[in-house]
Each structure stands twice: as structure tokens, then as C-alpha cells.
Design a protein around this ligand. Structure first.
Ligand code: CA
Length: 241
């Protein structure tokens, strides 16, 4: 991919300028939009690779933008929100956003999130060429057809729930999944038992993370959910926080 094109949707001029200046210095191309309606038009006409989206827009809110874009596009959407909009952040992820940045954010943080999203795009396009019944991430391997998981060439034994969890995270690698989304996907509609999810996640991590203090594969987003990180080929964890 040469020079990824980023669509920056932000009505606040200083923040918009901070983002576009950062993108420029890093060799990204960009377009900007200041309203939700304009952002949808830009997303259709410019076909950006990634969208950075403020939730508080003057016309329609960012969550409506995500829902509309998701009806025809799978592009990574990184939401930008104020800390007071925590509930909105979760709604945005549930509506189909990939990631979020909380204002005020640092330039380094923004660039790290962009790198994660770019890896997701590359992974998605690689996946089309590869046998999609096998998932490989660093030294973790999942064979969906056989229902087996390996770490460093050694098969690890997971309970049915742990296996479902790791498959769900793997199929959404790079994307933050909210507690509600995970609970709904694993147990169906009728639970909001986040403490139970934490327990299953802890036992799963014990089996796949060598150092629990420095998880390589599964990242916790406190109060929000979890994400499986795409581990770089040199087997080092991605440093995104
Ligand atoms: Ca705003």
C-alpha cells in the first residue's frame, strides 16, 4: 500500500489541524470533513483507507455515521471522543468502530492506532490469498477446521468457552471488542455477566500469554472490552499504549 488515505472527520479546528499536521509529517494523505453528512459523502467519493471520526459532530452524531458507513464499507474507523462520552465510545464500538482515542490524545498515540489499523487492512488482504481455515499470529496458531490451537508448535487445551473466545478475538484481530459484544457472541442475548467473562479471559490468558504482566496477544481495555493484537513477525508485542 502506498501512502494510505485517511479521512479526518472533526469539527473542532485545532484538533483537526493537529491530526492533519501529524498525518502530513508521517507521509499519509488525507481529506477532511467537518460534519457527519459531509463525511459520508467523502467516504463514498474518496474511498479512504481509514476514517478518524469525532463522535460529537454538529449535524448527525458519529455513531449514526458509523452505522451508515458500515452498511457498505469495512474500512477501519477510529473514533475520537471526549472522556465524558464513555458510553458513546462503547456504543461506537458496538456500531462497528474498530478503535478509539480519548481526548486529549498524544500524536504518538494517534500514530500507533493508525499502525494497528493499517496492519488490519494488510492482514485482511493477505487473508484472501491464504487458507482462511488457519489463523496464524506470532507463535499462536488456530486451525478452525480441526478446532485446535497451538502455541510455539505445541497444542494447548482450551475449554469450549475459551476456544470460542479465542476464535472470536482472532476473527476480529486488531479490533476492540466490547464486553457486551463478546457476551452476546459467546453466550447469546441473555447475559451481561462481565465478571464471568473476566474469569474466562483470565484462564485463557494463562494458557496463551507467557508473561501475564505483559500480555502479547490479548489487550485489556478497562471498562470497555478486549482486543487481540496482531503480533509483528519478529514476535515482539505491538506497543500501542
Ligand atoms: Ca466535536
Amino acid at each position: 500500500m502506498n501512502k494510505p488515505l485517511i479521512l479526518v472527520v472533526e469539527d473542532d479546528k485545532p484538533i483537526r489541524n493537529l491530526i492533519t499536521t501529524t498525518l502530513e509529517t508521517q507521509g499519509y494523505q488525507y481529506h477532511t470533513a467537518q460534519t457527519g453528512e459531509a463525511s459520508i459523502l467523502e467516504a463514498v467519493s474518496k474511498q479512504p483507507d481509514i476514517m478518524i471520526l469525532d463522535l460529537g459532530l454538529p449535524d448527525i452524531d458519529g455513531i449514526s455515521v458509523i452505522k451508515r458507513v458500515r452498511t457498505w464499507s469495512n474500512i477501519p474507523i477510529i473514533v475520537v471522543s471526549a472522556r465524558s462520552e464513555d458510553r458513546d465510545k462503547i456504543d461506537a464500538l458496538d456500531a462497528g468502530a474498530d478503535d478509539y482515542l480519548t481526548k486529549p490524545f498524544s500524536v504518538e498515540e494517534l500514530l500507533a492506532r493508525l499502525r494497528v489499523s493499517l496492519r488490519r487492512i494488510r492482514y485482511d488482504s493477505d487473508k484472501l490469498l491464504k487458507d482462511s481455515t488457519v489463523f496464524i499470529n506470532g507463535s499462536l496458531k488456530i486451525d478452525y477446521a480441526a478446532g485446535c490451537v497451538w502455541l510455539d508448535e505445541e497444542e494447548i487445551h482450551l475449554t469450549p468457552i475459551e476456544y470460542k473466545l479465542i476464535c472470536l478475538l482472532a476473527k476480529n484481530v486488531g479490533k476492540v471488542l466490547t464486553h457486551n459484544y463478546i457476551l452476546h457472541e459467546i453466550w447469546g442475548n441473555y447475559t451481561n455477566d462481565i465478571p464471568a467473562l473476566r474469569v474466562f479471559m483470565a484462564t485463557l490468558r494463562k494458557k496463551i500469554e507467557k508473561k501475564s504482566s505483559q500480555p502479547k496477544y490479548i489487550q485489556t481495555h478497562i471498562g470497555v472490552g478486549y482486543r487481540m493484537l496482531r503480533v509483528a513477525d519478529d514476535s515482539k508485542p505491538l506497543n500501542i499504549d
